[in-house]
Design a protein around this ligand. Structure first.
Ligand SMILES: [Zn+2]
Length: 73
């Protein structure tokens, strides 16, 4: 997935809007390295509950082209 550039291209387009696709870094235990991860946006079912933020859900595939993203479980 080294040649996979959908997220970079989309982030470039979002930059003028002061935004980027929600993501972070995860540790790939198989390859012992840090990998970029992207999250499916989630929101609370009941917004009156003032607990922590809605949980993160990792994308297993690119939402733009369908490429597998080698998600770290
Ligand atoms: Zn893609």
């Amino acid at each position: 997935m080294s040649m996979h550039t959908c997220f970079d291209e989309m982030n470039e387009r979002l930059k003028p809007h002061n935004a980027k696709i929600k993501g972070g870094f995860g540790y790939d235990q198989g390859n012992h390295k840090l990998v970029r991860t992207y999250y499916v946006p989630t929101e609370k079912l009941d917004t009156s509950v003032r607990s922590k933020a809605a949980p993160l859900v990792l994308m297993s595939h690119c939402p733009f082209c369908g490429t597998s993203l080698d998600v770290v479980a």
